[in-house]
Design a protein around this ligand. Structure first.
Ligand SMILES: [Zn+2]
Length: 464
């Protein structure tokens, strides 16, 4: 009997088909993605155009908007892609001229870089003795001692731990963000920060600082590890360390920037979206290539490869190149406010840890009860990615730009690029395309393409 006939005796019920495993469904497409990514010369040329051609992209700058226009143009060449720019108001912070001198006989200029969003020193440089502290707790304990002084925060970043994939950045970044506000509140006149890196050869690292509403806004700059250690030693030896800090930093109102958004519509569930990307802005030094040109271009390339390989996942895949991640997160907030509720965001993926090979995927589910299921599913996906060298799935940070969407319930997935040397380059003049390995970058393209495709196509969304 080939077909059960109407009205005849019912055939015995068929045993339910075992659910198709991710391995069975996605092994062949992942292999195709891997092969195509290795040959994705267009992606490398995009990275060269963005980083080498346009260069760094500070919020409010012309170069950032050149990058926006460039990305919009390239994404528009992808067959079937719908592309839009979302206007976002961003603060325009300008660095200006800046210098730091260790006063003595003779005076000695020190390498420095002002922290992002720092106040400047105005017409008159700050000249004061230096007090060294190791933490915000120690600052509080020193009380009045820091009044009228320059506070040097000298806290060392630990060596990278490959087992936990921990860089120590998360423990130290609070000093950069909150240290100047706290030191100002305690009466200090300026802050010097030991750069947040474990690499003593690294140039000074900038990064965002934040003042309290209505609180004092004292200028703040980072210095190198060797200089921080030397000033610290001199003070321990009982010497008076006096510096002159001049910073032309200032806020110049606001400017209109843009999130770049591009999508390929899902074949079966177009109202369900996997959003993925990186941030198109950068600090105003180097070329913003590890941070985050590589993430931006990986996402653009993933959309193009999904289209070119004819993968057409069930859900919509949407690239967002967020603006203003570094000094405001205005792009991520604007995206969530305008688009967060208009489609069901089933997962978000961000690449914002450089351009070294991807070694793991991290997941952050806002609903704790669903975290274990999301992690288990991500482990299955990493088994598919294992030939690429992506071998671990972990609970962990997924991406700053995903945070407003996570607050709306969306699970976030982070592409964990090997972080061993990321903080040697991050937010420095050394973050250029010369510091990117082409094969490693293309491995990241493959990992992002495959991850996004699987998340957008698999039957049950992540964590469900
Ligand atoms: Zn970044």
């Amino acid at each position: 009997m080939l077909v059960a006939s109407c009205g005849g005796a019912s055939p015995p019920p068929a045993a339910p088909a075992a659910p198709e495993t991710l391995e069975a469904r996605y092994r062949a497409p992942v292999d195709r993605v891997a092969a195509a990514s290795r040959e994705a010369d267009f992606a490398w040329r995009w990275l060269e155009a963005l980083c080498g051609g346009i260069g760094h992209r500070l919020s409010g700058s012309e170069s950032l908007e050149r990058a926006v226009t460039w990305a919009e143009g390239e994404l528009s060449t992808i067959d079937g892609a719908r592309v839009e720019l979302q206007p976002v108001e961003v603060e325009r912070w300008v660095r200006g001229e800046e210098s730091l001198v260790l006063l003595g006989e003779p005076d000695e200029p020190l390498a420095m870089i002002g922290l992002g969003n720092s106040a400047g020193t105005g017409e008159t440089p700050v000249e004061a003795d230096v007090v060294v502290v190791g933490s915000l707790e120690e600052l509080a304990a020193r009380g009045d001692e820091v009044r009228g002084k320059v506070v040097l925060f000298d806290a060392a970043m630990p060596a990278y731990d490959p087992e936990s994939m921990s860089t120590g950045y998360g423990d130290l970044v609070g000093l950069r963000i909150g240290g100047p506000a706290a030191a100002g509140a305690a009466g200090a006149v300026a802050v010097l920060l030991r750069s947040i890196t474990a690499d003593p050869d690294s140039p000074p690292h900038t990064g965002m600082t934040r003042y309290e509403e209505g609180g004092p806004r004292i200028p703040a700059a980072a210095i190198t590890i060797p200089d921080a250690e030397r000033l610290h030693r001199m003070i321990d030896d009982g010497q008076t360390v006096r510096v002159r800090l001049a910073m032309g930093a200032r806020l110049e109102g606001t400017a209109t920037s843009h999130n770049v958004i591009a999508e390929l519509e899902g074949s079966e569930r177009p109202g369900e979206v996997v959003v993925f990307g990186g941030h198109i802005d950068s600090w105003d030094v180097g070329q913003g290539c590890h941070d985050d040109g590589a993430g931006v271009v990986s996402a653009m390339a993933a959309l193009r490869l999904i289209g070119e390989l004819g993968l057409r996942p069930r859900r919509t895949v949407r690239v967002v190149l967020w603006t203003n991640e570094e000094n405001g997160l205005a792009g991520a907030r604007a995206y969530a406010a305008e688009h967060g509720a208009s489609a069901r965001h089933v997962a978000g993926v961000e690449s914002d840890i450089g351009a070294a090979p991807v070694i793991a995927l991290s997941v952050e589910h806002p609903d704790e009860a669903r975290g274990p299921a999301a992690l288990a599913r991500l482990e299955e996906i990493t088994r598919l990615l294992a030939p690429l060298g992506v071998t671990r799935a972990v609970d962990g940070h997924s991406g700053a730009d995903l945070s407003p969407l996570r607050e709306l319930g969306m699970p976030g997935v982070g592409m964990v690029h090997d972080p061993a040397h990321y903080f040697d380059l991050h937010h420095t003049a050394a973050d250029t395309i010369d510091a990117v390995d082409r094969d490693a970058f293309l491995q990241g393209v493959a990992a992002m393409t495959a991850t996004v495709y699987i998340l957008a196509d698999m039957e049950t969304p992540l964590g469900e």
